[in-house]
Write a protein that binds this ligand. Structure first.
Ligand code: NAD
Ligand code: UDP
Length: 335
């Protein structure tokens, strides 16, 4: 039997790019996804697909029985900050409780490696920029808290059962596969770049920029953008690192460069050639002023070498996906 990488949440935006990249690199891949926010058509047809919920222990046990799993990459979670403020228990149930079930099943099947989607939201409002992995983690919303709890649960599962984990703390993920065959398709869409591209495509009248009175260069929030394909490559490096070194660790994944929301808007105007009307709007609750990663640790320890180093190129790949599939996966033929 082939040794298989199990990707939980592999039908989602980032997970589908990970599955695709793993298959390109010759890995055997199985996917678990409930399709609660993901798309069946996003999953590379060479992966075996199991539709079901991570919290369903009977289902998950069955998947682990059928497959010979050497490592797990866990993307399956809810991730909308404002929703988590309104419905915190939904987040602790799906994200945090889902992790408990997953680790129980991994323990039972002697699967000892997990690469995990963590987030800059675990740091909360940073005291210093750029943010280092050793900085305090004090989340300001239930989404970030649910992910921090998942990191801590993995730590204690490592102590007790020897399950080794790599927590990858993503900053702002954007872009799409270069050929435009897979990309970001969320309902509702809440992320800045896809919303800007909806305006560029004429699907929305204008962009609302949430706040222009932050202590930044132009008053709008500053974020650190990383291309989705560069991001998923770090997961493959992390799996290899776990196999070679058998130690748990955490890494920031970002570009170490900050762009203000206005700079992103200007870049999107350049890339699309569209006017993209925008207006200033009140602050969005829970937004830190500036989030920039120190990501030299991932470069040094994992030998991560991101290929995209400018935000125009990142936006160009998202625009390519958008133009090829104006209605997202509703426009993608099922394989
Ligand atoms: P997404 O919603 O597109 O993907 C999540 C996938 O997980 C979906 O396919 C969904 O159907 C599935 N899923 C959710 N709960 C499940 C469950 N209980 N059982 C089975 N499947 C389930 O989100 P994304 O943007 O691809 O994010 C992936 C991961 O990365 C998330 O864990 C998120 O917290 C993390 N993250 C994302 C960003 C970002 O900028 N997009 C930033 C930081 C962290
Ligand atoms: N943003 C905005 N208008 C929108 C969506 C987002 O001004 O319609 C801002 C948001 O307030 C933040 C930045 O864009 O300053 C990035 O937000 P996003 O939700 O994409 O990612 P986050 O940084 O919250 O993870």
């Amino acid at each position: 039997l082939p040794m298989t990488v199990l990707v939980l949440g592999g039908a989602g935006y980032i997970g589908s790019h990970a599955v695709d990249r793993l298959i390109q690199r010759g890995y055997d891949v199985a996917v678990v996804d409930s399709l609660v926010t993901g798309h069946r058509a996003a999953v590379n047809p060479k992966a075996r697909f199991y539709e079901g919920d991570v919290r369903d222990k009977v289902f998950l046990n069955d998947v682990f029985d059928r497959e010979t799993i050497e490592g797990v990459i866990h993307f399956a979670a809810f991730s909308i900050v404002p929703e988590s403020m309104q419905a915190p228990l939904k987040y602790f149930d799906n994200n945090t409780a889902g992790m408990v079930t997953l680790l129980e099943v991994m323990t039972q099947h002697q699967v000892k490696r997990i690469v995990f989607s963590s987030t800059a939201a675990t740091y909360g409002e940073p005291k210093q920029i750029p943010i280092r992995e050793t900085d305090p983690q004090v989340p300001t919303n239930p989404y970030g808290e649910s992910k921090l709890m998942m990191e801590k649960i993995m730590h204690w599962a490592d102590e007790a059962y020897g399950i080794k984990f790599i927590a990858l703390r993503y900053f702002n993920v954007a872009g799409a596969k270069e050929d435009g065959s897979i990309g970001e398709d969320h309902h509702p869409e809440t992320h800045l770049i896809p919303i800007i591209l909806q305006v560029a495509a004429g699907e929305r009248q204008e962009l609302a920029i949430f706040g222009d009175d932050y202590p930044t260069k132009d008053g709008t929030n500053v974020r650190d953008y990383v291309h989705v394909v560069d991001l998923v490559d770090a997961h493959i490096l992390a799996l290899t690192y776990l196999k070679d070194n058998n130690v748990s660790d955490a890494f920031n994944l970002g570009s170490s460069t900050g762009f203000s929301n206005l700079e992103i808007l200007e870049a999107a105007r350049r890339v699309t050639g569209k006017a993209i009307p925008a207006k200033m709007a009140p602050r969005r609750a829970g937004d830190p002023s500036t989030l920039i990663a120190a990501s030299d640790k991932a470069r040094e320890v994992l030998n991560w070498q991101p290929q995209f180093d400018n935000v125009d190129d990142i936006i160009r790949t998202a625009w390519n996906w958008k133009q090829k599939h104006p209605a997202g996966y509703a426009d993608v033929q099922k394989a």
